[in-house]
Design a protein around this ligand. Structure first.
Ligand code: ZN
Length: 205
């Protein structure tokens, strides 16, 4: 579903999601024939794998070009600027950034997480030394469940500034990504044992 500006509304389901028996046999065979016997070139395969790699970034030159273009737009294009402020920004999340963190989320706690992750961004491997040199900031601590009230160390991961910015897009993907990452590392329990909810049975007698 799209809004009045034609932008995709997050979380809305495609009309045919999970449905069966909506295409006729004729249509199905036509759809099959389109893809039948078609092989992807190695170039095409490489491009697809690049597109699906979450750690892939543009080259330095491209990033510089994009940044310059964005700066120019910001300075000269009023419409662009207003679309990037507050609730008009594509990553706007209902004013979440103004809500409070847990009292535990202080420098001492963050340093423990950084130490556990050996002072390296866990996505691209950048070291804290390089980060301090580049932008004069320590590595950031990311809440993998996007819950500011979390205090359990298994829900935190060390990231560099630029990788942390990626987390604000496609949140459900990253939530799953980090949870399985933490399970593999042993910071999160492999299986969560949930006690079954007792359902009361009401009998109408
Ligand atoms: Zn990084």
């Amino acid at each position: 579903m799209r809004d009045f500006k034609g932008r995709f509304i997050k979380g809305s389901e495609p009309w045919n999601y999970g449905q069966k028996g909506i295409y006729s046999k004729d249509t199905l065979s036509k759809m099959r024939n389109v893809k039948l016997g078609r092989k992807l070139t190695d170039e095409h395969k490489a491009a697809l794998s690049r597109a699906h790699d979450p750690t892939y970034t543009h080259s330095k030159e491209t990033r510089k070009l994009l940044s310059e273009r964005a700066k120019e737009q910001w300075a000269n294009n009023k419409k662009y600027r207003s679309g990037m402020i507050g609730e008009n920004h594509p990553n706007w999340n209902g004013g979440e950034s103004r809500r409070d963190y847990s009292l535990w989320f202080k420098e001492g706690f963050k340093n423990k997480i950084r130490k556990r992750d050996r002072y390296r961004c866990q996505l691209c491997g950048k070291s804290q030394k390089d980060e301090l040199y580049d932008i004069n900031q320590r590595l950031t601590i990311h809440h993998i469940r996007f819950n500011k009230k979390d205090i359990f160390h298994g829900y935190f991961i060390t990231l560099c500034c630029s990788c942390n910015a990626k987390m604000n897009y496609n949140r459900s993907y990253w939530r799953k990504f980090w949870k399985s990452f933490m399970r593999k590392k042993g910071y999160l329990p492999k299986f969560i044992v949930r006690t079954p909810i007792k359902r009361e049975v009401h009998l109408n007698i």
